[in-house]
Design a protein around this ligand. Structure first.
Ligand code: APR
Length: 313
């Protein structure tokens, strides 16, 4: 059987970790693409990873390029291409630039990898995944945004740290947009099968939820330069793996909704089943009124960003 092919569009911080994780897990042959000015850097980064194969023992090819022909027929495309916000740059300036980049990526992916399962990571996530789907015209089951897996992983980590238990026994789900309006569904969080609400005080749970909402900013402030790159990469790989291996994992992801949760036409973080066909199912939950209200607040924030994208494409 031919190996699967994974295209990474964007060879920056997250791109590098994506390549390493995908290679180590032997998910398929990996091609990383960046702009022509960074082709050499991209080739260097990938050669470095390729040269770790002797020690790490993986049998997949790992290459860098700036030519879209090289991603032809990719099964999975993970997009991290974009510019980070720089001092003095407004949100609108950033949106202008990143919408142009994502539109260019979507057009090229449509030509070279028309059947790929596409995972968008570029921020602002909720509007960039929308822009990618709008320009590519790909069906909704083949385009999703990576946010919920990361937000959930952060929540799980903080619970495990607070309780001094294995993170493997912490199960959680975070819904909504990728930003301060995200909705950790603490009611559904379990620790070793026990409801979190019975083993932790409400105040501690709220503190963990608040930290989760600001976790991206916490990392940005600590790093001083750049944003989180290991945990976002690991999260996108979990989604890609569930697709490539038809694991049918239930993961929170930004999916284009058509009426589920009372939301229509927006990509919002909800639990989905990811299998060989892509997003095979949106899992519907009966939310309490406060949870539904929090989710709709999150949707309002996404609506504003999407309106800004619509003005540009
Ligand atoms: N085509 C391909 N790659 C591009 C393009 C383009 N048109 N424009 C920019 N890039 C590349 C940049 O050259 C850079 O190498 O995208 C890469 C982005 O890498 P970093 O700046 O290191 O950003 P990273 O930390 O990887 O984050 C990527 O994911 O989580 C989000 O907020 C984060 O939007 C950011 C994205």
């Amino acid at each position: 059987m031919a190996r699967k092919k994974i295209a990474l569009i964007g060879g920056g911080q997250i791109g590098g970790i994506l390549a390493l994780l995908a290679a180590q897990r032997e998910l398929g042959d990996i091609v990383m693409l960046d702009i022509p000015e960074k082709e050499s850097m991209c080739k260097g980064k990938m050669l470095d990873i390729a040269e770790s194969a002797g020690v790490l023992g993986f049998d997949v090819s790992v290459t860098g390029t700036s030519n879209y022909d090289d991603i032809a027929g990719a099964d999975v495309v993970i997009v991290t291409a974009g510019l980070p916000r720089k001092p003095g740059m407004s949100r609108d300036d950033l949106l202008d630039i990143n919408v142009k980049i994502i539109s260019d990526v979507a057009k090229n992916v449509k030509i070279q990898a028309p059947r790929a399962f596409c995972i968008i990571v570029t921020n602002p996530l909720d509007s960039m995944v929308y822009a990618f789907q709008k320009v590519s015209g790909f069906p909704k089951h083949r385009v999703c945004g990576m946010a919920g897996v990361l937000d959930t992983s952060r929540f799980q980590t903080f619970v495990a740290m607070e309780m001094r238990v294995s993170v493997k026994d912490v199960s959680a789900v975070v819904l909504g947009g990728h930003g301060p309006t995200m909705v950790p569904l603490t009611r559904f969080c379990t620790v070793g099968g026990l409801p979190l609400t019975q083993v932790m005080t409400a105040a501690k749970i709220e503190a963990i939820s608040a930290r989760t909402r600001e976790a991206g900013t916490e990392i940005v402030n600590l790093l001083g330069n750049g944003s989180a790159f290991v945990s976002p990469a690991a999260s996108a790989i979990a989604m890609a793996e569930s697709f490539l291996l038809d694991q049918r994992r239930v993961l929170p992801a930004a999916a284009l909704l058509s009426g589920e949760y009372g939301i229509d036409g927006y990509f919002i973080g909800v639990p989905v089943v990811i299998g060989a066909k892509g997003i095979e199912k949106v899992v519907k939950l009966k939310l309490h009124r406060d949870e539904q209200e929090a989710l709709m607040k999150s949707v309002d924030a996404v609506k504003g960003a999407v309106a800004d994208v619509d003005k540009r494409i």
